[in-house]
Design a protein around this ligand. Structure first.
Ligand code: ADP
Ligand code: MG
Length: 258
């Protein structure tokens, strides 16, 4: 049984996709079998894994509408070492089409049941909204990884996400929990970031991951080469931080199981 994690935060540009693809590549490097599911119509996790979103024959859209299985629609990310269930603009239509259908928030969870034996980790890159797509992710997952920048409004922005997670936990998916908050694009020279980081630790305790991802230009350059930063430049500080995070996640996932 794989451990399934959503990478979610309703804000855009906070590092969800970067975290998804680099965690996937980091986990693959330590021998884990990983599936990335791109649930964002922008298709950034797809492109950042070296798969052309414009050339997808089948995508997560077909899986949500139950016209294809994950096994049929997934592809291998060449250099990343993991599989990808890709997405493109078509997925924006699924949002509308799903509304009228039954089990509309449980489509992804049902599809995942069929590939249970194939993976150790499934990572779901969520769109920047608390939409029906994100709901499908949350209904499939054991836990949520929340990347966040240590900025002034960081804590405030968390409230809606935490409330949504509580509601899904209470009504749809009792196994769902917040696994942790991941500090990303961190710059220790900025006093405010250090202060917010301390605040996060005092509010959320061990729900804050030990790994801290620095702001690192190599991580930002990697997607244009269709590679996760971890593969593109393994010696960069950002890449090394994501590998450390992958190791931490292996530990957290093991504790979930017990
Ligand atoms: P989201 O998926 O939440 O919208 P992204 O992962 O796409 O966010 O990140 C937003 C932008 O910030 C992208 O251009 C990405 O390359 C860049 N970025 C993400 N993490 C880092 C980092 N640690 N250092 C530098 N740039 C980063
Ligand atoms: Mg994204």
């Amino acid at each position: 049984m794989p451990k399934v994690f959503c990478v979610a935060n309703q804000k855009g540009g906070v590092g969800k996709t970067t975290t998804t693809v680099n965690l996937a590549a980091g986990l693959a490097q330590v021998g884990q079998r990983v599936l990335v599911i791109d649930l964002d119509p922008q298709g950034n996790a797809t492109m950042g894994s070296g798969i052309d979103k414009r050339k997808l024959e089948l995508s997560v859209y077909d899986v949500l509408l139950e016209s294809a299985s994950i096994a049929e629609a997934k592809q291998h990310s060449g250099k990343g070492g993991y599989d990808v269930l890709g997405a493109n603009r078509e997925l924006a239509g699924a949002e509308v089409e799903l509304v009228g259908l039954e089990r509309r928030s449980e489509r992804l969870a049902s599809a995942l049941a069929a590939v249970e034996a194939d993976y150790d980790f499934v990572l779901i890159d969520c769109p920047p909204s608390l939409s029906l797509l994100t709901l499908n992710g949350l209904c499939s997952a054991h836990g949520v990884i929340v990347p966040m920048q240590c900025e002034y409004f960081a804590l405030e922005g968390l409230t809606d996400l935490v409330n949504t997670i509580k509601q899904v936990h209470a009504n749809l998916n009792p196994k769902l929990q917040i696994i942790g908050l991941l500090r990303v694009m961190f710059d220790p020279r900025i006093t405010l970031q250090q202060q917010v980081s301390e605040q996060l630790k005092s509010h959320f305790g061990d729900k804050v991951f030990d790994a801290v991802i620095p702001r690192n230009v190599r991580l930002a350059e990697a997607p244009s080469y269709g590679q996760p930063g971890v593969v593109f430049d393994p010696n960069a500080r950002g890449a090394q931080a994501y590998v450390a995070f992958a190791e931490e996640m292996v530990g957290r996932a093991a504790r979930l199981a017990s």
